[in-house]
Structures are given as C-alpha cells and as structure tokens.
Ligand binder design. Structure first.
Ligand code: HSE
Length: 299
C-alpha cells in the first residue's frame, strides 16, 4: 500500500506577517512516495534531486513522521519514504516544510486519517524545528491546508485558513545562493518599536480584510514590512532593484519570500505576473546572477 504526493512550495511571512502568515503555491513542488513497511518507524529510502540526510532523525520528513507516530496509540506502524526534491533547500520557498508536511499528510492517509489535517501541523513543525531551530508554522500550515493561512496563536496553536482572491498570482525569483533560515533569524532584533508594531498590525489586519473582500487596492496598500525586511534584505544581492522593478511592472507588492533569498511579488492576473517575472529576471541577468523563476497560482 503506497501513496504518491505533490508537496507544494510556500511563501511565508508575505511581508507584514512574520511567522504568522503564509500562502501555498501550485508550483514548484516536490514529489514523495510513502509506503507501509513491516519495519516499525520511518525509513527514508531515497532522496532524488538534492543531497540531504537519509538518517531518519536528521531528515525533516523523518522527524515529522516520527512525531506523528509517537502520538499514535498503536506504536507498531512503519513507513518507507522516497523524496524527489524540486524545491531547492535554502531557497526561501518552504523546501523543508514541503518534506515535513508531505510526510505527515501521507502517513496520516495511509493510517486511515486518525488525525485531521490541522492536527498534523504540530508534527510537521518538528521538521521545521530541525531545519531552522525554530518552531514556526507559516510554511507547514499553508502546505497542509492550501491557500493563505494565519497562525493566530502558537500557544495554544490556532491556525485559520483564509480565502484567496480568484485572480491573485505569485511570481518568485530565486537567486542561486542559499540562505539558511537559522542565519536569517539570527540577524533579527528581539524588540520592535511601538511605532513599527502599529504599522505592522495595521497592515496585517488590512491584508486579512483584503483577502476576504478581494480588494486588490487594499492588498497593495498592506504589503509592506518595516520590521524584518530592512534587516534581512542586505543578505540578498539586488533585492532593492528586483523589488522596485516588480512594483514598476504592476506588482501589488513585493518582498522577501520566507527567510530568503527568494523574492516574491503578488499581482492580480497571470499576464502581469509573467511580465514581472521577465523584468525580475532581467535584473539578475544584468548582475550576472543565476536564478530560477516561478509564476504560480495560489491554492
Ligand atoms: N517565518 C519564518 C522566517 C519562515 O521568516 O524565519 C522561514 O521560511
């Protein structure tokens, strides 16, 4: 008995929602095959595409899967996992989250769904803890639930699925360098000014309203981040120019995808999203930086 899964990339933070907001892309994504095994526990039998650890306790899919199994009453279950990575590790579009979310989703299916999809989030978060040193859910929640998600609270965990305006598209460019989430978190300050906090929660509240009302103008007014982006953007060559170019070509907003180095832009139709992709690509061609680029729906 086996299951084959598509494990989607995600954009965390989405400018004003550091650690709480995330969205799910329709591409790129990893493929994963999970099958039942007579050996209890989790075996990662194959990883294609990238060099990642096969040892269960060092692999995000392994750790997330074990977290699920440890919460089962019947402890005998065993699974083999094959992972085919298409999302580059350290790219900022939820590579580790795709593996962690895929593992728990697939195992839950093969077990006959003892857990709801929302209940799987804390197990997948254990994979994120291994990958980044932080228990954040803003990639695994949209990877599991789809669309936009908001982590209203971490303790206790309270995740809300949000609506996606019909036409909304994402463009993501990944300059070919790796930024480790743990490093991108270590540059952050641990306190924020009241003035910045007011701006940020105003924007986050406005963004949620924009999603419910499909108000693209409001969405554009809300896609700002004056707390995290100024500290992290210095780690990303060409960031200011790529962002400026995206906005000049009709993006509703643009910012760092997750912890970077990918840069995302949102737009209100496919044509604009594609124009933004070409314009962003030109910036990196000028700088002679290699890149991957994706234009995707949000779902
Ligand atoms: N919210 C996390 C961060 C996402 O920005 O560190 C990492 O993908």
């Amino acid at each position: 008995e086996e299951i084959k899964l598509f494990c989607p990339a995600t954009i965390a933070n989405v400018s004003c929602g550091f650690d709480v907001l995330g969205l799910c892309l329709t591409q790129p994504g990893d493929e994963m095959i999970i099958r039942k095994s007579s050996t209890p526990g989790i075996q990662i039998t194959k990883i294609g595409g990238h060099n990642l650890p096969l040892a269960t306790e060092k692999n995000v899919a392994g750790v997330a899967g074990l977290a699920l199994l440890n919460n089962l009453k019947e402890l005998k279950a065993g699974f083999e996992i094959e992972i085919y990575k298409h999302i580059k590790p350290g790219s900022g579009i939820g590579s580790s989250a795709a593996s962690a979310a895929g593992a728990v989703f697939g195992i839950n299916q093969l077990l006959g769904e003892p857990f709801s999809t929302k209940d799987l989030i804390p197990f997948a978060m254990q994979g994120e803890l291994l990958a980044s040193g932080a228990l954040h859910a803003d990639n695994v929640a949209p990877a599991l639930l789809g669309g936009f998600t908001l982590v209203r609270s971490y303790e206790p965990l309270d995740v809300i699925k949000l609506p996606v305006p019909d036409q909304l598209m994402a463009t993501v460019i990944h300059p070919q360098l790796e930024v480790k989430t743990a490093d991108a978190r270590s540059v952050l300050k641990h306190s924020v000014s009241l003035k910045s906090a007011i701006t940020q929660w105003g924007n986050l509240g406005g963004l949620i309203s924009a999603l419910y009302t499909s108000d693209y103008n409001l969405l554009a007014r809300c896609l700002h981040d004056e707390i995290i982006e100024p500290l992290r953007s210095v780690l990303i060559p060409g960031f200011d120019e790529v962002k400026k170019t995206a906005l000049a070509h009709g993006a509703l907003g643009s910012g760092i995808s997750g912890s970077g180095p990918s840069i995302f832009a949102l737009s209100k139709d496919k044509e604009t999203a594609q124009k933004i992709a070409s314009a962003m690509a030109e910036v990196y061609q000028k700088f002679e930086v290699d890149y991957d680029i994706h234009v995707s729906k949000i779902n």
